[in-house]
Design a protein around this ligand. Structure first.
Ligand code: AMP
Ligand code: MG
Length: 358
């Protein structure tokens, strides 16, 4: 199959390309796959209510079929048809964070096929904050199932070219909407259980979520995010058990005071290049300046004072390491607060749990 890569916008970039998005909507309604931009990362979309489409998504990604998909909607009114009941807290959360990078999990209605939910009786739902995505969802009939548009195990795509790299030849169409502004997948909150639990940290922090009326108590069990790193952990968010985001090189995250991390980065990278390794480094601008890392492939998207900037460049950085054929990769660790919790979650997964505390 030939994959069409086409802009979601008009030539001068001033408006959505209505004709293109209508055509993409038709592809989806006919059971095809379209990758599309969202504010988090690019999604690989299929009709969420069509079991055959969901099967195609798993096949195109090479994704294990017990790893459920997120259903994307464009209006709050669309929610009631696909869930059994809407807890009150969900309405307060939707009011505050939708459209936006929060996914909520509910008991599913019969309308949602098991193929979409990876065999689960629950469904994950999100309303993305991106004009092209919202328009496409409406054109497609209201429900798009979409995991991140990468091959399974690869870093999530934050540019249309990343999607093309991973999925060209396997899907009908890619809508190019430029850079995904947030660059991290959504925060996932399970509302199908008595005590709501964050299953995946994201750009919306647990403080923000548990500050919403009806959610005041901090109900996240201590250590939940750490549990997911254990092999015997049988996760409620099934995707958590699979290897993720991993670049091809051997990756290590260095945690500790910034000055010490900078020193360790420069020592370790010098030693590795002396051994003949191609060294890649992912770090903040400050650390890059301190460490003087001339012999390494360096990717430093933003200042440490700008966690959102670090988050936005993270997956692109991981892909850059592969493009440069890095055999050894060092990443700067960050204090686990706010958005850095989600950044560290992705870094640890990319490193397969390889962390050094200095
Ligand atoms: P992504 O990893 O961005 O492709 O988004 C899909 C992720 O959403 C899966 O890997 C799961 O972790 C999570 N998810 C989707 N549906 C459910 C569900 N019903 N229950 C728990 N987690 C879910
Ligand atoms: Mg993913």
């Amino acid at each position: 199959m030939t994959t069409e890569l086409v802009s979601a916008y008009t030539e001068d970039g001033s408006a959505l390309n209505e004709e293109t998005i209508r055509r993409a909507g038709r592809v989806l309604r006919e059971g095809g796959l379209v990758a599309f931009p969202t504010e988090t990362v690019y999604g690989l979309g299929g009709d969420a209510l069509n079991p055959a489409s969901s099967k195609k998504i798993y096949a195109a990604k090479g994704r294990p079929s017990d790893n459920p998909l997120i259903v994307h909607i464009a209006e709050l009114e669309a929610l009631s048809a696909i869930v059994k009941k809407i807890p009150e807290a969900a309405l307060a959360l939707a009011e505050q964070f939708w459209p936006g990078p929060l996914t909520m999990i509910f008991e599913k209605s019969d309308l949602v096929p098991m193929e979409t939910t990876g065999g689960l009786s629950t469904v994950a739902v999100r309303m993305p904050d991106h004009p092209a995505a919202l328009r496409l969802i409406r054109e497609a009939g209201g429900y798009i199932a979409a995991p991140s548009a990468n091959r399974s195990g690869r870093p999530s795509p934050t540019l249309a070219s990343h999607v093309y790299e991973d999925l060209a030849g396997n899907i009908e169409m890619i809508l190019d909407g430029g850079h995904a502004t947030i660059g991290l997948e959504s925060t996932i909150l399970d509302l199908s259980v008595e005590k709501p639990v964050i299953l995946r940290p994201g750009y919306i922090t647990k403080e923000e979520i548990f500050g919403v009326p009806g959610m005041e108590e901090d109900r996240v069990p201590a250590g939940l995010h750490k549990m997911s790193d254990k092999e015997d952990f049988h996760p409620k968010a099934p995707g958590m058990k699979y290897r993720h985001y991993a670049p091809k090189g051997d990756m290590t995250v260095l945690c500790g005071p910034m000055q010490r991390v900078a020193e360790a980065l420069s020592e370790l990278s010098r030693a590795a290049s002396a051994r003949g390794e191609t060294v890649g480094i992912l770090c903040s601008k400050e650390t890059a300046e301190r460490a003087g890392l001339s012999e390494a492939v360096l990717f430093s998207p933003a200042s440490r004072e700008d966690p959102a900037g670090i988050a936005a460049g993270l997956f692109e950085g991981l892909r850059r390491m592969d493009e440069a054929s890095c055999t050894v990769i060092f990443a700067e660790g960050f204090p686990e607060e706010g958005v850095f919790i989600a950044v560290m979650n992705r870094l640890k997964k990319a490193a397969g749990g390889n962390i050094i505390h200095i």
